[in-house]
Design a protein around this ligand. Structure first.
Ligand code: NOJ
Length: 720
């Protein structure tokens, strides 16, 4: 069906709807239940979330299609955040793979599996830029950088929706949480955000724009307020920017009760007022709370909400239902469930988990493990924790489908080496040391020690924020005790966020960040430990040394007194002694523990001969930056080649570095390849004081390297 035919079908249908039926379309209810059926029959509900069994789905759909007056199908939403039955790494881990094509394949698999149970809409991707690891929801997004998060979001939208949204194995995406949610003060969920418009437009909005450009069918309005205006009642962000400037033609759903929470925010007097504010701002569908159903008709009758606003909202919702093909194919064939956990799904989950792992330390090449180890001690509360390794926001994945590192290692080493398992701690948060002796004994008997430590899944995700970011419980003590046995010791950290690992790093020979790696985490980690593949993930977010450094991110401003190392003793009793007047802390180094973009490999890559096709370009032109990357180590491996730029002088100060491109490349030992990036002057745009989106002529630096702190530098100039 072409667009014109669809629009006239939407309009014809709209013309036949009563006001109550229109408001019904704008109403979303959670879960199944007896009384729901009558609401569907009456046309008083247009959408459900969390109905995920085919029988109920088909029954509800049949009532909507055959027993409601106009036969409008329901749209069924679900949080399919990082997989469905096959669970992929948490989104932050997927971001660490810097591999959008693979992320797209994973999202397509999630869509195939979810749609087989009647889910036709996922509340994903989450593209909230997050620069505060205390925030539990940092796990759900792409990390601290707008460019990388945009790539991740775009890949997920494409994967969920495909080329043709009406295909039975595709589902509608929802870019969330619009907008600024990740900027919660103090990293405390739902907290206030204060975001200057330029920062909103340059940092927080771009990933949403990327999703809209990729065709995202829906957008979710966030819980937070932005500069005093709740995101769910924010006409500036919703109506002016999203629907106006970006011409978004899908629909906006509120977050869970975020419409009526505007009363609690102190922004609306009561729920009726909240309904008016939300619909006026541009929220088309209300999730869970029922203020639209209860008050919109009266608000229209009183002339407080123009009917055109209701019509516009319904038009958007019907449009997406049509694009999904729900009018033609509302039902799901139960036989389709055979796709769940298909071998190729598990293979992609394994590859993505493998590529998401970041190697942060590998002293004396302790990894990969040699094939002739005879006894391996497997220690730590996350070695065999199938539910925890799935991570937060897993509704449909199951621990029993999950392969833990312990299981994977046992299978792999059967008949070849002993696997001595002693968790040491019952859970990651346990303080009891009663399991330590057993763990130490295992370490003594082993040639090598693998420590699986980190956070349990419940410590990240919505409303699960932390003020301390150390390994919880007695894990540091366990590591210290085990390391004292003097065996080669490798720590694998499963986590939903960056942790402060300063005290851990020095005690172990190797350190891997595996995030919460999902269903196939165990085999993926084993593949890396034994060198079937080299680790290739890179940090999508900065790892601080201490919580007090937060917010700490690579694309910061320079200040007038940039941070410096303060390495002298701090004198006693002399105020204003010149320790130096720098933007530093007295008690921690100015640098992060591990910077954005960082990650080691079993080989080494050398970057040389950075050159630019032109060192002077005009506005509107491009240059090509090339660098020779050589694998100078012993094994074939993949590297993420990263391009960063600095705009030296701006009418508004510019970050010290900004990621502008990356490529994942595979190089054999000794292989040297020229990697090229094309940079257009439009890639350097930012919002100036008048909110014009401009590239300002002047001098720029450009780096290509393997992290945000490495690689050769070149300079170029842009002239008018
Ligand atoms: C609240 C969360 O903020 C949102 O991300 C999620 O999609 C909805 N609940 C629905 O579960």
């Amino acid at each position: 069906m072409n667009n014109k035919t669809m629009e006239s079908r939407v309009n014809e249908l709209l013309a036949r709807m009563t006001l109550e039926e229109k408001i019904g379309q704008m109403t979303q209810i959670s879960g199944a239940g007896e009384e729901r059926e009558e609401l569907i029959r009456q046309g008083q509900v247009g959408s459900f979330l969390n109905v995920v069994d085919v029988e109920t789905y088909n029954r509800y759909q049949r009532i909507a299609m055959e027993e409601s007056r106009l036969g409008i199908p329901l749209i069924m939403g679900r949080d399919v955040i990082h997989g469905f039955r096959t669970v992929f790494p948490i989104p932050l881990g997927q971001s660490a793979a810097w591999h959008p094509e693979l992320v797209e394949r994973a999202a397509a698999i999630a869509a195939r599996e979810a749609s087989s149970l009647g889910v036709n809409w996922t509340f994903a991707p989450m593209v909230d830029v997050a620069r505060d690891p205390r925030w539990g929801r940092i796990a759900e997004g792409g990390g601290e950088d707008p460019y990388l998060t945009s790539q991740l979001g775009r890949a997920m939208v494409r994967g969920f929706q495909g080329e043709d949204l009406s295909a039975p194995d595709r589902i509608a995406a929802c870019a969330k949480h619009y907008v600024g949610y990740g900027a919660a003060e103090g990293g405390r969920d739902y907290n206030t955000t204060l975001i200057p418009e330029g920062v909103l437009r340059d940092v927080y909005l771009p990933p949403f724009k990327a999703c809209v450009e990729a065709g995202a069918a829906t957008v979710m309005s966030a819980f937070n307020e932005i500069n005093g205006i709740p995101a769910t009642g924010n006409a500036f962000t919703l109506r002016q920017i999203l629907k106006g400037e970006w011409s978004f033609d899908g629909f906006v759903v509120s977050d869970w009760q975020s419409v009526i929470e505007m009363v609690v925010h102190g922004f609306c007097a009561d729920e009726k007022d909240a309904a008016r504010v939300a619909v006026t701002a541009g929220v088309d569908m209300e999730m869970v709370s029922q203020s639209y159903r209860q008050h919109l008709a009266a608000l229209v009758a009183e002339g407080k909400v123009p009917l055109e606003l209701i019509d516009e909202a319904v038009r958007r919702i019907l449009r997406i239902k049509m694009r999904l093909g729900l009018f033609e194919n509302p039902y799901v064939d139960p036989a389709r469930q055979s796709v769940l956990l298909a071998p190729e799904h598990l293979e992609v989950a394994r590859q993505l988990a493998r590529e998401s792992v970041v190697l942060l330390k590998n002293e004396e090449g302790v990894l990969p493990l040699s094939g002739d180890v005879r006894a391996i001690a497997v220690i730590g509360p996350l070695a065999d924790a199938p539910a925890d390794q799935l991570g937060c926001w897993v509704f449909d994945g199951r621990p029993e489908d999950t392969i833990t590192p312990l299981r994977a290692l046992r299978e792999r080493l059967k008949g070849k080496a002993d696997v001595l398992f002693a968790p040491g701690l019952e859970s990651p948060r346990s303080d009891s040391r009663k399991g330590f002796d057993e763990a130490l004994e295992a370490a003594r008997k082993a040639d090598v020690v693998l420590l699986f430590v980190g956070e349990d899944a419940i410590l990240s995700g919505e409303a699960h924020c932390r003020a301390f970011l150390d390994l919880p419980g007695a894990q540091e003590a366990l590591i210290e005790a085990v390391a004292a046995e003097g065996k080669p010791t490798i720590a694998v950290v499963m986590t939903g966020r960056p942790l402060t690992l300063s005290r851990v790093v020095d005690k172990v020979h190797a350190l891997l960040i595996a995030w919460h790696p999902g269903t196939m985490g165990g085999p993926a980690i084993a593949d890396l430990l034994f060198g079937d593949e080299s680790p290739s993930g890179k940090l999508p977010v900065t790892f601080p040394r201490a919580v007090g450094q937060i917010p700490i991110y690579y694309a910061h401003k320079n200040t007038g007194r940039p941070p410096q190392q303060i390495d002298r003793e701090i004198p006693l009793g002399t105020p204003l002694d010149p320790i130096g007047f720098f933007s530093s802390y007295l008690d921690v180094e100015p640098t992060p523990l591990f910077p954005f973009g960082y990650g080691l490999s079993y080989t080494r890559f050398q970057y040389e001969n950075l050159r630019l096709s032109r060192e002077r370009i005009r506005l509107g032109e491009s240059l090509v930056a090339s660098v020779d990357v050589q694998n100078v180590g012993p094994v074939a491996a993949e590297e993420i080649v990263q391009l960063y730029v600095r705009d030296l002088v701006g009418s508004v100060t510019r970050p010290v570095k900004e990621l502008k491109g990356f490529q994942r490349v595979r190089l054999e030992p000794g292989e040297r390849r020229t990697i090229q990036f094309t940079l257009h002057t439009d890639d350097l745009r930012f919002h100036d004081r008048d909110m014009e989106f401009v590239t300002e002529p002047g001098q720029f630096h450009l780096w290509i390297g393997g992290s945000s702190v490495d690689g050769p530098r070149a300079s170029f100039e842009i002239v008018e």
